[in-house]
Design a protein around this ligand. Structure first.
Ligand code: ACO
Length: 376
């Protein structure tokens, strides 16, 4: 049976930095002191006006492919974990597939809210282990800022935008060791963006109440549940992968709140140096939080070949997932200086191919019409 290993990684963060003080300046009844002491968040990044989820996802994916020195055409499957897709349909993954020029790849979105990336990583690894794919691009990308009510201090200070990606490949040695996924839909109402789907349809078909497009949340109940669930899920994958807690080199939890992260680490008996956190800089970037944290852990020298790493996440659903992996690739390898040039060329070719396909479809449609009009 083939195993799945991570061979490339990349992230993208929007350039606009919004510090806590900005909320006070906007007239919100809050303070830097409240936000940083209750959440650990000091600032977050927000996407620009013309920056959609797929734009951030493509940038993160390009970087992951560059690190692996892989071609987009080598990818068999693209999974984008997101709860803020560009459109209801088509999938954001299809848009990413087209922009990358990943001609052979299947593409789908996966929505498990903030837990989405770990879900997607587990499912991507499963496709490789089943022999159905040789390379899977797994992306976590979200733009929750679009769904924040900037007058609601209990939610708008918590989230940020961003994207992170990893490229999985088939290998003879295990990289992904084990994973678990879970859901408890009885808590669906604790965290939701009610409008925009079929329950509160925008055409009013299912009642006049639009349900609202803003995120609403019962923070304290999520907090209590998350502190228990994160450690329980992590313990399960540590046990099932045959590792002892002391053999865990790095723990990367979902970056939602520093107090949740610290409490989970305490429950697991992990010392501070084994826990990665960057929530202070980015807030909760939803499905992007774990891949961004992984990329930053790598960049800051916290990951070495042979390390055992545990990822845990939780989110709306309620949903949760955890995954244990062994890091198998050297960090210090630098991609060839030709790789970015090749990627630019491939992206341009992908855009040309895509434009030609559209043109072909238009020509074919107009020929069909003429044929019908001529009574053919
Ligand atoms: N500034 C000042 N005061 C605030 C703010 C703010 N930004 N937000 C809330 N408060 C007030 C509340 O109104 C409340 O005031 P009251 O006592 O007068 O009613 C008081 O602070 C305490 O509110 P709590 O909700 O009890 O505060 P708590 O310590 O629980 O912290 C927080 C709130 C930060 C939201 C915390 O509960 C939390 O992080 N929960 C987890 C949320 C989370 O992780 N969600 C993401 C899930 S992932 C996904 O799928 C997207």
């Amino acid at each position: 049976m083939p195993y799945a290993q991570i061979e490339g990684w990349g992230m993208h963060l929007p350039s606009r930095i919004v510090p806590n003080e900005s909320f006070v300046k906007m007239g919100l009844d809050t303070s830097d002191e409240w936000i940083s002491s209750r959440t650990g968040i000091e600032e977050r990044r927000l996407a620009g006006h013309n920056e959609a989820t797929s734009d951030m996802a493509v940038k993160a994916a390009h970087r992951a492919l560059r690190v692996a020195e892989a071609h987009a055409s080598d990818v068999d499957l693209i999974i984008v974990a997101t709860c803020t897709p560009d459109h209801i349909m088509p999938s954001t993954a299809s848009l990413v597939q087209n922009r990358l020029g990943a001609r052979r790849a299947g593409a789908l979105d996966l929505n498990a809210a903030c837990a989405g990336f770990v879900y997607a990583l587990a499912m991507g690894a499963g496709q490789i282990e089943a022999g159905r794919a040789g390379r899977v691009l797994v992306i976590g990308a979200d733009e929750l800022s679009l769904h924040l009510d900037w007058r609601d201090r209990s939610t708008c200070v918590l989230f940020g935008d961003g994207a992170g990606a990893v490229l999985l490949r088939a290998a003879v040695e295990p990289g992904i060791l084990t994973s678990t996924m879970g859901s408890d839909g009885s808590g669906a109402d604790l965290l939701m963006i009610p409008g925009g789907g079929s329950r509160y349809a925008s055409n009013g078909r299912n009642g006049s109440n639009s349900g609202g497009r803003y995120l609403r949340m019962n923070g304290s109940q999520i907090f209590r549940w998350a502190t228990q669930m994160m450690s329980r899920a992590a313990e399960q994958v540590i046990r099932e992968s045959g590792l002892e807690p002391e053999r865990i080199d790095l723990f990367i939890p979902h970056q939602a709140n520093l107090r949740i992260i610290e409490s989970t680490a305490r429950r697991l008996g992990l010392s501070e140096d084994k826990v990665f956190s960057n929530v202070g800089h980015y807030g909760n970037t939803s499905a992007a939080s774990i891949p961004i944290a992984l990329c930053e852990a790598i960049a800051s020298g916290r990951v070495d070949e042979g390390d055992n790493i545990v990822l845990t996440s939780f989110g709306a659903g309620l949903s949760w997932a955890a995954l244990a992996l062994r890091w198998t690739v050297p960090i210090e390898g630098h991609p060839s200086r030709w790789t970015p040039i090749r990627q630019t060329f491939e992206s341009r070719m992908a855009a040309v191919r895509s434009a030609m396909r559209r043109q072909q479809r238009r020509v074919r449609a107009s020929l069909d019409e003429r044929f019908r009009a001529d009574g053919g």
